[in-house]
Design a protein around this ligand. Structure first.
Ligand SMILES: [Zn+2]
Length: 283
């Protein structure tokens, strides 16, 4: 069954506002010919959302899914790091984590380690890609992990709170943001295992259910409503034209797609979930 799942899978991501701490790379020079102005609605700026924030967000969802099944997850921090707050690290170890890499006694490590790697130079088995976005929907290729999205630069004036200063601006900060993002995030498994697919599905479900929890929002500006993400795993049984159709607001799913959804829910997923449960119990 696992051989029916392609090594490339896609997660649909929709959010009204995304502010990425690691910043967004833009290609404004192409579109605006050097005449970029923040406020001009004609700006046709696209760019790239780096995978770092997306990866941390997904990993956290996966950790929760493991913990919900009674397992512990690899701590994301280096075990020998000088944690500024030792108490926090120890609390994590009591709350569903084991020190990173401690699980390597059996050959692959725990399922989180297997997926994310990062110790003894072992690469993780899930490759997280950046999302390329464009405001021009017709140029968005969802089968390559792209999204429709509108680049915005937010200006924040930090003003003095001393009464005698009359709200004099102290500094001006600029934030890169993407508004009205809707697209696909492309993940590739270097090796496709049933428990990987089940864990990905469980994590995406969890993140969607907890999208307004501060801990499970994506990127920065969370106190201001940024990073609330609707997400769903696009049925891995879909072919490219069906994947494209998911994003086509003018078209419903075909009966073939509905059939595949039934198959996925009732045949594939339960088998993969059983593999995940078994592996977490072993660990
Ligand atoms: Zn581990």
């Amino acid at each position: 069954m696992i051989e029916d799942v392609d090594s490339d899978v896609f997660v649909r991501i929709r959010t009204d506002l995304l502010v990425v701490g690691d910043s967004i790379m833009t290609d404004r020079h192409h579109a605006s010919n050097g005449n970029y102005e923040d406020t001009n609605p004609q700006n046709q700026i696209g760019g790239i959302i780096p995978a770092f924030s997306l990866s941390g967000w997904l990993r956290h969802g996966m950790e929760k899914a493991i913990q919900k099944r009674g397992g512990t997850a690899c701590h994301p921090g280096e075990p020998n790091a000088n944690f500024r707050k030792d108490g926090v690290y120890n609390r994590d170890l009591e709350g569903g984590y084991h020190p990173k890499g401690e699980c390597l006694d059996d050959d692959n490590g725990c399922v989180i380690f297997d997926l994310f790697g990062g110790f003894e130079n072992r690469p993780g088995k899930v490759m997280r890609r950046p999302i390329k976005f464009s405001p021009v929907r017709s140029s968005v290729d969802y089968t390559r992990g792209q999204a429709e999205g509108h680049y915005r630069r937010l200006n924040r004036n930090v003003v003095s709170r001393n009464k005698q200063d009359n709200r004099e601006p102290l500094r001006n900060t600029e934030l890169d943001a993407v508004a009205n993002l809707d697209g696909s995030w492309h993940l590739s498994f270097r090796e496709t295992k049933p428990e990987f697919v089940a864990l990905l599905a469980a994590a995406i479900n969890f993140l969607d259910d907890h999208q307004t929890d501060f801990m499970h929002q994506l990127g920065g500006a969370r106190n201001f409503g940024g990073g609330i993400v609707d997400c769903e795993l696009v049925n891995p049984l879909y072919e490219d034209h069906e994947l494209r159709r998911v994003f086509d607001r003018g078209k419903d799913s075909t009966s073939k797609m509905d059939e595949k959804d039934d198959k996925w829910e009732n045949e594939y997923l339960p088998e993969f979930q059983a593999a995940l449960t078994e592996r977490v119990e072993e660990e």
